[in-house]
Ligand binder design. Structure first.
Ligand SMILES: [Zn+2]
Length: 383
């Protein structure tokens, strides 16, 4: 009797084992491409994770609509499967400026208009770029304004006045940021507040420093170094309609440059289409649409990189809308009737577009500060 019971229980164990094997072998595959969810192979290093954040300064839904109509009803932005909306107000004004708007993205703190990389009490906070740098990621900033302009400044500087370009240049030269492409060479090299030549200090820190005068960007092959600054202009770069054409290529080769850096865990790259805002302030529709289409080409380059890489999150948004732009009755796609309500920024909600692993967390309506937390959550938490 005892041995029969023993034999029965052995048989049950055997049946369970067979069933377990069968279930595992026949379970439907639920693997995803998301590196966040994939189990890393033992012994193999985890794949590099990257974020490209593209900010169209002053880009509201009407600016996007106008560019889309002018471009046969298509934009690269449409490749993003997840869309959200952020609330752009700053700490002291319903209508934000670019300094407070970019600081919300870079630090997760609402701040006063004019502050970069600081909260409303004037306290400096480590930015997402600085945190990524500290944790072993490579980092980059690309803009079609000067590098010291409010949006790029908010990621690598801490100043209570966005117009302190020379102090901002000093902060940026100390940031450790691997790649900087934009205008503003004069604030590094021909300074009024001191006699320092920051290009020399950058070179002493291991940077390769060059500019539009030495190397034409469209044919420039980025050297195989870990730190590079390329100045696209002495002051402000030209508008796209007057021949500025580096943003798309800078986004493509910039992502590749950061991806290649040996030993990094991945990268954080911010790309700004800076002059959409300037065109909005000028209420100039042709200028605006040219800047929007240039920015959309850069978005296409970022999405191409992310699509090929599989571990890159791309987020596209704006800090605020500029101009109170409207597309009026009587418009046709090839001849828009446009009006503006102001030469300043407006307070309307701002769209957010996301692509790649982690993109679904950008759906919904949230404060602009949440952009910081969502990016940090994908890229830097568990580091
Ligand atoms: Zn503006």
């Amino acid at each position: 009797m005892k041995s029969i019971r023993y034999r029965i229980s052995i048989s049950w164990i055997f049946i369970f084992l067979i069933l377990g094997f069968y279930q595992n072998a026949c379970a439907p595959s639920v693997r995803t491409n998301s590196s966040a969810e994939a189990t890393p192979h033992p012994g193999k290093p985890a794949p590099k994770k990257n974020v490209i954040l593209l900010i169209g300064d002053g880009m509201g839904l009407t600016q996007i609509s106008a560019a889309m109509f002018r471009n046969q009803n298509r934009l690269n932005l449409e490749r993003c499967p997840y869309i959200g909306i952020h609330k752009p107000a700053s700490a002291d004004d319903l209508i934000t400026d670019s300094a407070a708007g970019a600081t919300a993205f870079s630090t997760g703190h609402k701040t006063k208009n004019g502050y970069v990389g600081m909260d409303a009490f004037g306290r400096a906070h480590e930015t997402i770029l600085e945190r990524a740098q500290r944790l072993g990621f490579s980092t980059g900033l690309i803009a079609t304004s000067t590098l010291q302009h409010a949006t790029p400044a908010a990621f690598a500087a801490h100043q209570p006045d966005r117009d302190s370009y020379e102090a901002i240049a000093m902060d940026m030269s100390r940031s450790g940021c691997n790649l900087m492409i934009g205008g503003g060479k004069k604030y590094f090299d021909r300074r009024k507040t001191d006699d320092l030549v920051l290009s020399d200090s950058l070179e002493a820190k291991g940077y390769f420093v060059t500019d539009y005068f030495e190397n034409e960007f469209s044919s420039y092959r980025l050297p195989q170094v870990d730190k590079l600054v390329y100045f696209t202009a002495d002051g402000d770069p030209l508008p796209a309609s007057k021949g500025r054409d580096y943003l798309t290529r800078a986004t493509k080769v910039g992502a590749e440059f950061l991806h290649r850096i040996r030993g990094s865990k991945g990268f954080f790259l911010m790309v700004e289409g800076s002059q959409i805002d300037w065109a909005g302030h000028a209420n100039e529709t042709d200028y605006l649409i040219a800047e929007m289409l240039d920015f959309d080409q850069a978005i296409g380059a970022a999405l191409d990189f992310a699509q090929k890489d599989g571990n890159t999150l791309v987020v596209i948004t704006a800090d605020h809308e500029t101009g109170g732009m409207a597309i009026n009755p009587g418009s046709r796609s090839d001849s828009l009737v446009v009006s503006y309500s102001t030469l300043k920024h407006t307070g309307s909600l701002i769209p957010v577009f996301a692509f790649g692993p982690g993109a679904s967390s950008f759906a919904g309506i949230y404060e602009n500060t949440q952009i910081y937390f969502k990016i940090k959550n994908f890229l830097l938490d568990n580091q």
